[in-house]
Design a protein around this ligand. Structure first.
Ligand SMILES: Nc1ncnc2c1ncn2[C@@H]1O[C@H](COP(=O)(O)OP(=O)(O)O)[C@@H](O)[C@H]1O
Ligand SMILES: [Mg+2]
Length: 321
């Protein structure tokens, strides 16, 4: 039977050593991440406050770093087993700051030429120009928009579209967009988010959208995973997770976004009680919300929370045991 699973994070951990080579100080940036993305195109959102491990997950997915433990499966194979040249055609990044993506001294079409050359060398028989037109067209730009031009001649929104178009040239299955709108003017954000939806529908692309902003997560997600201090506390279809959250942390997040239509509200509130990381009771296995949770039970301070799945939603919490 052909598996319907496109991407599978299975028990993925990433630990960084802090300080000098022999230092024993460590940070568990990602702790036991488990989730699956099926082959029907979706916008999958990873939402969490700053420092919760979102970029680490993006870097693991893009193979920029390797898991300390666990496996990331893509189309049934460990992502490490793909030759790099093959892998980059499947999973492509969209960077946060479009102004940093492009060298100000280099003409924009140059970026496309390099990419097209790579594709041509790989033996893919495509009329290059049509490929360029097609990917620019998908993001609402034309060849005329970039011909002979330098990055500063385009707006931030246009540059972000261009960076997406460049990623589309190889016709990837997944776009990994790490805070792709946080550097853009508020007025442009919705248009880029709408573009992700359009790419999902028209190019059958999966968008792995990463944000600290619950309002945009509400707006765009088909599926959502909530991460807190490296641990995914709840994940599932967005309508379920966002309308009836199970984990006390997800509930708190929801309560702190009173007006979902107020898209000007950009920041998730940061209710983190500072100093939790350095607190002596802090344990890597325990629920990361235990010190803030008003529903906690005795066991929450003693044992790692179980991973419970019901009705398509996975929640890591003792309340549902
Ligand atoms: N290369 C690294 N070395 C040491 N610590 C890191 C490294 N990358 C990230 N971290 C730490 O891991 C945690 C998660 O970081 P990150 O994934 O960037 O979070 P987010 O993207 O959600 O803001 C943070 O505490 C951060 O300081
Ligand atoms: Mg980040």
């Amino acid at each position: 039977m052909v598996s319907n699973v496109l991407l599978h994070f299975e028990g993925v951990h990433k630990t960084f050593r802090l300080g000098h080579l022999f230092s024993t100080n460590k940070i568990h940036a990602v702790w036991d991440a488990n989730f699956k993305i099926e082959s029907d195109p979706i916008v999958f959102t990873l939402v969490g406050e700053s420092g919760s491990g979102k970029t680490t997950i993006a870097n693991l997915l893009l193979r920029i770093i390797k898991p300390t433990k666990g496996t990331i499966w893509f189309m049934g194979r460990n992502i490490e087993s793909y030759p790099r040249s093959e892998f980059i055609k499947q999973i492509q990044p969209v960077f946060q700051d479009p102004f940093e993506t492009f060298n100000p001294l280099k003409k924009l079409e140059g970026y496309f030429q390099i990419m097209l050359k790579k594709i041509a060398n790989s033996g893919k028989k495509v009329g290059n120009y049509s490929l360029l037109e097609e990917s620019l067209g998908s993001v609402g730009l034309t060849v005329e928009d970039i011909k002979g031009r330098y990055p500063h001649e385009l707006s931030g929104g246009q540059l972000q579209r261009l960076s997406i178009a460049r990623s589309l040239l190889v016709n990837p299955k997944i776009l990994v967009a790490d805070e792709p709108v946080s550097m853009l003017d508020v007025s442009l954000r919705i248009s880029i988010l709408n573009l992700f939806r359009k790419l999902r529908d028209e190019r059958l692309l999966h968008v792995f959208y990463i944000t600290h902003d619950l309002a945009t997560a509400y707006y765009i997600s088909d599926y959502i995973a909530v991460i807190l201090k490296g641990s995914i506390v709840e994940s599932g279809p967005a309508d379920k997770v966002l309308t009836s959250p199970l984990h006390p942390y997800t509930k708190l997040l929801k309560e702190s976004v009173p007006d979902l239509l107020d898209t000007a509200r950009q920041k998730m509130p940061g209710p983190v009680s500072r100093g939790v990381e350095s607190s002596p009771e802090y344990s890597e296995d325990l629920c990361k919300f235990v010190f803030r949770c008003s529903h906690k039970k005795g066991i929450c301070e003693k044992e790692a929370p179980p991973n419970i799945t019901a009705d398509g939603v996975a929640v890591r919490c003792w309340l549902y045991q």
